[in-house]
Design a protein around this ligand. Structure first.
Ligand code: GLN
Length: 542
């Protein structure tokens, strides 16, 4: 057990930025020269996040080795600039699956298989596996303390602390509400959350106090006293405009060295210079650039949820900041363009349009209208996965004259199935094997010289992440190319089209993969960067 283990739990309520806090701590430790492996634990029974509706659970992120995860893995990748894998993501489903398989294989040698120790041991061994190659393992336990679902994970963590008290610490990320009728910050829910952890046999070493404003001294003292925590380990984490500033805020309270101290280690210098420059750049990016995202996973009742497209949004921001621009992202509801086709004209007012990934036929015709408008009116367009498939359908229908061309995902009987499933996918669908069976993770893509994509990447071979079942049907490649569509990126192993472009257009590029997963705040993705460059040009004339 050479590594140190930091467990991050959440108190009071979900959605208070536990993932960002975990990622920020990881960044701070990394900047001190340590190696870090983060792990996200989701207590639900799903094996992965792939089968969940983005409206319920937010975006499904994909790692290079092809596991479909919660969006927190994306947050870690962006902060740590580190590519994560299957081993960094754990769910109750995976844990039970593995224990039950071992039982069937007689690996417990005739013993009665029990939740404790067999299930907890499985969790512990997964966590320790990560520790084999890192100085620090940061484990974020999803959900909120007190929930029935995450108790087992807390129990596993407690046992790890018992085994090696000097190498394990706990951080509670909690929330301090300021009820409007009182106008005062309340600490009681946080006290209760700390007690719930105590009930599970865990004493937090730190409390990160999320709130609207900074914590004042009396409240720090109160939390310290009632939650049994050193006053200097109660860290204020107020709401801020830019998430990427959180590590700097934590360092203002020397969180990094305080963590080292708790683990009996010597303090070390933090080097966040690049990060500081980034924040300065973000803050000085004042001039707005209006980008439209035409999708369908953002409306739930009266609320707009942006979680479903979080990596796309972040990738837009990274690219805009690169040009010192402030992105003004607007949500364009594709179904509106079906009900009111003329409304598509509003796209004139945008510097550029993105159609992101999606599943199922809802909103598809509206998106196709939007794409047609961008093509005809020379509005910069970036299509992501479904956004590429729909650009091909639009081109097949309106330029190649293939009336009724479609994807077999939306119309199985179409005369022109320009987008279709691969034979092996057909079998999987027939057998209803939906989970984890799409074309997932990194695939090689060969870029054609002289294309816009080549200008962006400046490289002939790239690896990009996929998550889809359908592909451009090669039978139609000839006619599409003849009418001017450029097949700018090809997967050499299977001869699949991965990027399409249009000539005679300032920027019309669409990818079968999801470039957004590989964009970083300090290194915007080349295709997003070039898309934004084209948007900037257009915005000068708007
Ligand atoms: N529904 C399409 C497919 O399965 C696109 C998926 C996506 O956009 N991620 O191929």
């Amino acid at each position: 057990m050479a590594a140190r283990y930091i467990f991050v739990c959440g108190g009071v309520m979900s959605g208070i930025g536990k993932g960002t806090a975990t990622a920020s701590i990881g960044l701070i430790l990394k900047s001190k020269g340590f190696s870090v492996e983060p792990m996200k634990i989701d207590p639900y029974l799903n094996i992965d996040a792939g089968t969940m509706n983005p409206l319920e659970h937010g975006e499904v992120f994909v790692t290079r080795d092809g596991i479909e995860t919660d969006q927190d893995i994306g947050i870690y990748e962006r902060f740590l600039d580190q590519e994560l894998e299957r081993k960094n993501y754990l769910t109750s489903g995976q844990v039970y699956w593995s224990v039950l398989n071992k039982e069937r294989n007689f690996e417990f040698g005739g013993k009665c298989v029990e939740i404790i120790p067999h299930v907890t041991n499985e969790i512990i061994s997964r966590i320790k596996e990560l520790g084999k190659k890192a100085d620090f393992v940061l484990v974020e336990i999803g959900g909120t303390v007190g929930e029935y679902q995450n108790l087992l994970f807390l129990e596993a963590a407690r046992q790890m602390k018992l085994e090696n008290p000097k190498r394990v610490i706990f951080i509670l990320v909690s929330y301090l509400p300021i009820p409007e009728m009182l106008g005062e910050m309340k600490t009681k829910p946080t006290q209760t959350a700390a007690r719930l952890l105590n009930e599970a046999g865990i004493q937090p070493n730190f409390i990160l106090a999320r709130s609207k404003t900074l914590l004042d001294e009396p409240r720090k003292r109160k939390i310290s006293l009632f939650c049994n925590i050193k006053p200097e380990n109660v860290i204020s984490a107020p709401d801020i405009e830019f998430l990427y500033e959180i590590p700097l805020n934590f360092e203002r309270e020397s969180l990094g060295n305080k963590i080292l101290k708790e683990l009996g280690m010597k303090p070390r210098k933090t080097d966040l210079k690049e990060w500081e420059t980034l924040i300065k750049r973000i803050k000085s990016s004042k001039k707005e650039l209006k980008i439209g995202v035409c999708g369908k996973y953002f409306k739930i009742g009266k609320f707009i949820l942006i979680d479903s497209y979080i990596s796309v949004i972040e990738a837009i921001k990274h690219a805009c900041w690169y040009f010192k621009r402030k992105p003004e992202i607007q949500w364009l509801d594709a179904e509106e363009y079906e009900k009111h086709p003329r409304n598509v004209r509003e796209l004139e007012n945008f510097a550029g349009i993105i159609v992101p990934g999606g599943f199922g036929s809802r909103g598809v015709e509206g998106k196709i209208r939007a794409i047609e408008f961008c093509r005809k009116n020379k509005i910069p367009y970036l299509g992501l996965c479904l956004g590429m498939q729909l650009a091909i359908i639009e081109f097949a229908r309106n330029v190649c004259g293939l009336r009724g061309a479609n994807s077999t995902e939306f119309n199985q009987k179409t005369k022109y199935p320009v987008i279709d499933v691969m034979p092996e996918q057909k079998v999987l669908l027939k057998e209803k094997k939906y989970g984890g069976t799409m074309r997932l993770g990194d695939y090689k893509c060969q870029i054609k010289k002289g294309t816009k994509s080549y200008l962006a990447y400046k490289q002939e071979i790239v690896f990009e992440r996929h998550r889809h079942r359908y592909e451009l049907n090669n039978e139609f490649r000839g006619i599409l190319e003849k009418r001017g569509m450029v097949m700018a990126g090809i997967n050499p192993e299977r001869d699949l089209v991965e990027i399409i472009e249009l000539k005679d257009h300032p920027f019309f590029v669409a990818t079968q993969f999801h470039p957004e997963f590989k964009s970083r705040p300090l290194r915007p993705h080349p295709l997003f960067r070039e898309f934004i460059r084209a948007c900037l040009k257009r915005s000068k004339n708007l």
